[in-house]
Design a binder for this molecule. Structure first.
Ligand SMILES: O=P(O)(O)OC[C@H]1O[C@H](O)[C@H](O)[C@@H](O)[C@@H]1O
Length: 444
């Protein structure tokens, strides 16, 4: 039984009753590929048992490093891109107040190295100013350009402020156990290092030190997070699609995809779930978009985007389906106040809770979009606490892996990402890429 519930009751118009059971044989095969390692990319399945089989000593070191950073730093500059930042930022946003970074005395975790924007980096240098800070640089390969540049810049600031010796005690590295430039540099300088296991790909790494250190520094309870993930790992083992909501979600999205619903919009009704969609987009997009096929993962934040994208979703091209993350209990609620005169016409809502209004909006949207020809499923998230988030993370990780196998691809590689990198290196004049650079420059 899943603690996170999938509601597919509004799909009747789009998916016939027999279709799910007719997917069962394919789901069994996908389950075999994933669990028994008979599928492509089988060397990248170590995330499957991270919640039960993580390195306890390293976990304790993460907690100790987080305690130290919370004492000696106003800022933790967390440097990474793709899977090396999305999960951490997502979890911090889900777990804390929307205004956490603005009104708190807690150490602020700020992300860098996830773009090549000079303004962003320069503005961040200004923000940190003369305040105390530490760096957590995260890169599995240890060679990714965006974080490497940001790390150089912040390392220089750190050494200028504290001198080399103290600076070395303020750098925390999360990378491969053996390979990569970052690992070499960490060894030479004696920086505290945390390991990303070989079999844990970037987009599956949030429950490893990649996500755990920044989450712990933000004050998130990583024990509870792992507890939720562990329960998901134990609960979501049933192959029967009617009994495993993660597998059911994987099967349903593949049924819809094969009928031409090729774009999935992940939606929320809470601003601090925005990054959850960004994390999910990498998970789904890099896992499934290959061999010239795959569902295109997109996202929308409601009710905000109902006033911008709502028109398209209701009446535009009918290749969309929606998956709503509906939060059952928000962290806080607000009651609509009463007023002497009903000049704004809101009298009918007096005394009602804002979350009730939000839920009515959600219900209205589901029915309107269903009537407009858009299939809608809902994943119910009980609350925004660590346990629920850990469960959600594992739920979607396993669902997307199964979904990828259902579509006959390797869900664990990302060969297409190299194309832009090769071109960029050629144009930057990186040694070894000169010929490509010459060719490309002629085309510009
Ligand atoms: O952790 P890194 O090796 O720096 O990689 C960061 C990201 O960059 C890549 O290009 C990959 O496509 C992503 O899967 C990865 O998460």
């Amino acid at each position: 039984m899943s603690y996170i519930k999938l509601d597919s009751s509004k799909l009747d118009k789009f998916v016939h009753e027999n279709e799910l059971s007719e997917m069962q044989a394919l789901v069994n095969a996908a389950d075999d590929e994933l669990r028994n390692g008979t599928g492509a990319g089988n060397e990248y399945r170590d995330w499957l048992d991270l919640p039960t089989n993580y390195d306890q000593d390293e976990f304790a070191r993460i907690q100790a490093a987080a305690d130290k950073i919370r004492k000696d730093s106003k800022y933790l500059i967390t440097i990474g891109i793709g899977g090396s930042y999305l999960g951490g930022q997502m979890a911090i946003e889900v777990l804390h107040s929307n205004f956490f970074t603005r009104n708190s005395d807690e150490t602020q975790v700020i992300f860098a190295g996830n773009s090549l924007s000079s303004s962003y980096l320069s503005e961040l240098l200004d923000l940190v100013g003369n305040d105390d800070f530490s760096i957590n640089v995260i890169s599995k390969s240890g060679t990714t350009t965006e974080p490497a540049i940001a790390f150089r810049v912040f390392k220089e600031k750190l050494v200028q402020k504290y001198g080399e010796k103290e600076a070395n005690g303020r750098i925390y590295v999360t990378t491969d156990a053996k390979r990569g430039a970052l690992k070499r540099e960490a060894d030479v300088n004696g920086w505290e290092s945390f390991v990303i296991l070989d079999g844990v790909g970037g987009r599956y790494s949030v429950l490893s030190p990649v996500g755990l250190l920044p989450i712990a520094v933000s004050g998130g309870n990583i024990d509870d997070l792992m507890h939720g993930a562990r329960d998901a790992q134990n609960d979501l083992t049933e192959t029967d699609v009617t009994k495993n909501d993660a597998y059911k979600y994987a099967a349903l999205r593949n049924i819809l995809y094969r009928k031409g619903y090729t774009t999935e919009i992940l939606e929320n009704y809470e601003p601090n779930l925005r990054m959850f969609s960004e994390w999910w987009k990498q998970l789904a997009g890099e896992s499934e978009g290959k061999d010239q096929k795959g569902i295109y993962p997109s996202s929308a934040n409601f009710t905000t985007d109902l006033h911008s994208l709502g028109q398209y979703i209701q009446e535009g091209l009918r290749n969309l389906f929606e998956t709503v993350i509906k939060l059952d209990t928000p962290n806080e609620d607000v009651i609509v106040p009463s007023a002497d005169k009903d000049l704004d016409g809101l009298g009918y809502l007096e005394g009602k809770s804002m979350d009730w209004v939000n839920t009515k909006a959600y219900e209205g949207v589901v029915l309107a979009h269903t009537d407009g020809g858009v299939p809608v499923m809902t994943v119910h998230m009980p609350d925004q606490k660590e346990y629920s988030l850990g469960y959600m993370i594992y739920f979607f990780e396993i669902a997307i892996a199964i979904s990828g196998y259902l579509n006959g691809i390797n869900p664990f590689n990302q060969p297409g990402v190299e194309a832009y990198k090769t071109n960029m290196f050629g144009l930057l004049g990186k040694p070894g890429f000169e010929e490509i650079g010459d060719e490309l420059n002629k085309r510009l």
